[in-house]
Design a protein around this ligand. Sequence first.
Ligand code: C5P
Length: 198
Amino acid sequence: MKFTVAIDGPAAAGKGTISRAIARHFGFAHLDTGLLYRAVGMKGGDPVEAARSLTDADLRRDDLRSLEAGQAASRVATIPEVRAALADFQRRFARREGGAVLDGRDIGTVICPQAEVKLYVTASPEMRARRRWLELGGEAAPRSLDQVLAEVRERDARDMNRAEAPLRPAPDAVILDTSDLSVDQAVARAIEIVQSRL
Ligand code: C5P
């Protein structure tokens, strides 16, 4: 069975949690496509070459979840040749046997416009900054809430305003705003949406 769930949305909206829960619930494979861009951003050197020669070891670096890697990713993600170099791998993953969930910024719009389910997961910048800040340790975090909010806004602006594959919902995406939902509520709603298309 081939079945693709495309999940897009801004940073820290809950895409990762929702994608992992859908994959677990339905037994689908999951690809966090942001990791590909993070690995390219952190590899150094020419980003286009980095994207063309990405290895498993690059994807296993333990600093890929840092704020620095997120910023580096959003810079290299503006380069069309970088995006092109990563597209085939993502498309093959999407059509693997047994179902696949991909989360990113352009899965429903560019990578898999034919996906059986498209979700656009979003939340207010303030909510997303607070969640990211709490993940980083809250009061013990190396950054203040205001700094994290500024970074969230900066990354949103770069992702939404770039010429190549800007972040936006596909015309037929279901919008899931998680601002006022608990994790469990957001996950339950996403599972319901996928179930209704199976
Ligand atoms: O989702 P994550 O925060 O890991 O993504 C890091 C950055 O990689 C995003 O801010 C975005 O610029 C870029 N990205 C992208 N397309 C994707 C996934 C991530 O442009 N499909």
